[in-house]
Structures are given as C-alpha cells and as structure tokens.
Ligand binder design. Structure first.
Ligand code: TYD
Ligand code: MG
Length: 455
C-alpha cells in the first residue's frame, strides 16, 4: 500500500464505515466484522462510471411516456409474478440464496424462455464455458442469441455490454467480479459494492435489465454489505431445503411490484418446474386421523396458500421443557402457549412442544395463529382434528380471535381443495359475500370456542 492510500474499516454485515478498527460495529452491533479496505477514490479511477457525456436535464411527468414494451414477459409465470409482471427494462435484480439451490439454473431457464426474441449475455465467474454449455444443453438453451462470457473484470463486461447492445445480462456471481483498480480481493465489500454500482449505472444508462447472483453468508444474509440491497431495484431470495425438491422464490424488495409475492418451483432433472397449485403440493402426503395436525390458509402476496401446521407435545423427560418452531416464529409460539395456559388453563410447562410447518413453508402471518394453537391442543390431548377442517385467525392476548384480511380468498381456496369446514373469526364473517358450496363456515369469537370443536 503506498503511503498516500488511506484505509478504511467496513462492517461486513451492514456496510458501516469507520476510520479506526473497532471490535463491535456501531452500526449493527455485530462483533469482529470490521474489515480493512483501501478507501475508494471513486471518481478518479473509475472512468467508465460516466457512461455517456450527457448534460443533466429534467422533464415534466406528463412528457414522460411509457415505451411500447416496458417489461419482458418470460412466460415462466411463477417468476413473472414475483417480478411484478415481467422483467422491467433497465432494472437490476439481485438473486440470492444458498449454494446449490438453483440460482444458475433459473438464470439459464430465463435464457431458454427468451432466447427466441432477445440477445442475452451470460457472464460467469464461477463455471467454465464448457460446464455452462453442458447445463444449458440440458435445459434446452441452444440459440446463438445467448452468449456466454467467462470473465471477472466488471469494467470489461460493462464495455462489452455497451458495444454489443445486448437485451439482458446475467452476472453469476457478484462475489467473483472485480474492478482491477481497487486493491481488494473479489468478494470483499468494496468490490461487491462498486461492481454492483458499475453494473447498475451501465444497465440504467442503456435500459438493459441485469440479473445479479449474490451468495449468502453463514447467517443466511446476502454476503457483502446491506447497501447492495439498497442499490438494486429488486431482491429475490431463493429458499428451500436442499434435500427437498421444492424451491420458493420470494420477493424481498421490488421497486416495480408488490413484495411478499412467492413463486413455487420443483427441481427436476430437467431444471426447475413451476408448481401451479402450491396448496395441493403442500398438502400432499398428509395422514388422516393423526393428532397434532391442522390446516390453515395464509396469503402469500396476492395468493392464498393452504399449509399444514404440525404440533407435537410430549411430557418433558428431564430439565426445562423444550420448545422448537420450524417455519413459525419462536416468540410467537411462546406467546400462544402463554395464552393457552392463562386463558384456557392448558398447561404446557412440563411438556416439550414442537411446531413444524410442512413443506419448508414459513408462516409469518398472524392468521396462522389459530391453526398453530389448535394443532398444539390436538397434540396435547392426542385427539385428531377433522381432516376436512381448516382454521385461520389472529389470536389476541385475551384469547380473543381477531379479524384477518382477505377471508373470502382464503375460504375459496379451502373450498377449491375440497375442505368442508372452516373455523374463522366471527369478525371476518362480514367480509364474506358468498359462501362457497359445500363449505360450512364456523365463526367464533374466542380461542376457547375454537378449541371446543376439538373433541
Ligand atoms: P445451481 O443452479 O447450480 O445452484 P446455484 O447456482 O444456486 O448454486 O443448482 C445446482 C443444483 O441443482 C445441483 O445440486 C443440481 C441440481 N439440478 C437438478 O437437479 N436438475 C437440473 O436440471 C439442474 C440444472 C440442476
Ligand atoms: Mg451457481
């Protein structure tokens, strides 16, 4: 390092910058995350930042017209929905997820879907051209409109994009990309941030959508600074258990559509297949007449999805009672147990309690409360709940059942999958304009009333 170069310490978790090293990051309170980087002289060294010699201008809103086709629709419906209706021109999409989850696969499938009509550049710093060709062949990508580049120099990539006028660019992955002028190694915070910035500016100035693959660190966050999430337009997260074939694509941030939207895929030997009916998938393999299971309906983005909650309650053998929640918030589980104890007198203090949501789903919506409580009581009493019953509703601390939005959509989905009984908050009944045929609605005011149905 020459004497003139200044170093700066940057938190690898949140991107907080400090002139001195500190053990605990003042930004996010994480320990031992400050890493030394060479301070970036952004303007001086990165001439390519200024892609066009334009003069700043401003136009009234009314003069700005939508171009004829602001989005590329890929035809992969699950992906298009998560993106808010297709790929927006000039947008930068960060695709993140655990290793081996299918990030590279879905990018190649986008190439497959768009190869007839678009020129696509696939930049890989991870795999050789031969490896990509083998996989691409398996996924049906064979058109000459898809070009593969194995390059890690972002400036070279951006120069190529500017000269070749591609329609879509895929970067796999940002942790392998680097800007040579910066004296830090690929994958470091500065490299990740500056490479993203450079790609973003290039993409925006030419109106080209760019997909960037980002790895996650051990904690499951996107590796590199949080600022990367702030820079890009859309953050998609691929989740799922590696040993299961189902994959959920979740929108975490989207400047061009709603977040919370999910797309469900299944990994097969010919790539990712869309799952059009996630409720049926999540309920398949269910056993009837077993205690501790209850079906609920949550709204994921715009879609109602049925999910199975399982509760297992066993006497504690030794020491403190264990509580485990998979796919459900641990603190929320403790809260529900407290309500069950205080308001209904069902004691779990000497019982190990496990909650599991089947199929790798995560239920974050309060509407899942009722099904979790019912599954626990059913597990505790060892009495099976009617297999044709679903339950949803938020539980308050007084044991009351509170209204949740979109009750009509939830009961329609339940009826579509052949359920015949639905327990829901009484307050939701006025949202319902038409009761689906064959579905009996049981409106209840309190958790106690709902529980009394388990017998
Ligand atoms: P990949 O897209 O390489 O994951 P990432 O880029 O997120 O690290 O996916 C790799 C996994 O997917 C690998 O375990 C093999 C599996 N796979 C299939 O099962 N079928 C397929 O058709 C493809 C392409 C991959
Ligand atoms: Mg990959």
């Amino acid at each position: 390092m020459s004497p003139k170069q200044k170093s700066v310490f940057i938190c690898s978790e949140c991107g907080y910058e400090s002139a001195k090293w500190v053990g605990k990051c003042p930004g996010c309170n994480a320990w031992n995350t400050m890493e030394e980087e060479i301070a970036v002289q952004t303007k001086a060294s990165l001439s390519v930042y200024r892609t066009t010699q334009s003069v700043a201008t401003a136009r009234p809103l009314s003069e700005i017209s939508f171009s004829d086709e602001p989005r590329f629709v890929t035809g992969i419906a699950e992906l298009d929905r998560v993106l808010g209706g297709g790929i927006v021109k000039g947008s930068v999409v960060l695709l993140s997820g655990d290793p081996g989850i299918g990030k590279s696969t879905i990018l190649l499938q986008i190439c497959n879907a768009l190869q007839q009509s678009r020129k696509i550049l696939y930049v890989s710093g991870e795999e050789s051209a031969i490896q990509i060709k083998m996989r691409a062949g398996r996924l049906g990508v064979e058109s000459d409109s898809v070009s593969i580049m194995t390059e890690t120099d972002v400036q070279a990539v951006c120069e190529y994009i500017m000269s070749e006028k591609t329609d879509i660019v895929m970067i796999d992955s940002i942790q392998t990309m680097q800007i040579n002028e910066l004296n830090s190694s690929p994958g470091s915070i500065v490299q990740v941030r500056e490479s993203t910035n450079l790609l973003l500016r290039t993409g925006k100035s030419l109106g080209i959508p760019i997909f960037i693959v980002g790895h996650v660190n051990k904690g499951g966050d996107i590796a590199g600074p949080k600022v990367m999430e702030h820079i890009v337009d859309t953050v998609l997260y691929f989740e799922g258990e590696r040993n299961q074939s189902y994959r959920i694509l979740r929108g975490i941030k989207n400047r061009f559509g709603s977040t919370n939207e999910i797309g469900v895929f299944e990994m097969t030997d010919v790539g990712l297949k869309e799952v059009e009916n996630p409720s049926a998938m999540l309920l398949s393999g269910r056993m009837s007449d077993v205690s501790g299971g209850c079906i609920t309906c949550v709204i994921e983005g715009t879609r109602p999805i049925l999910a199975e909650v399982q509760g297992l309650v066993t006497p504690t053998g030794f020491g403190n009672a264990r509580r485990t929640a998979t796919g459900f918030d641990y603190n929320r589980l403790n809260l529900l147990l407290a309500v069950l104890e205080k308001r209904l007198g069902i004691y779990f203090a000497n019982q190990d309690t496990y909650v599991n949501i089947v199929g790798g789903m995560r239920l974050d919506e309060p509407a899942a409360d009722l099904a979790v409580a019912m599954a626990l009581v059913s597990g505790y009493r060892d009495i099976a709940i009617d297999e044709n019953l679903i339950a949803f509703g938020e539980i308050g601390l007084s044991g009351e059942l509170r209204s949740v939005p979109r009750a009509q959509a939830r009961i329609n989905e339940a009826a579509r999958l052949g359920f015949t009984k639905c327990i829901l908050p009484k307050a939701c009944m006025k949202q319902i304009s038409s009761t689906p045929k064959g579905l009996e609605l049981i409106g209840v005011n309190s958790l106690g009333q709902a529980i009394s149905i388990i017998k």
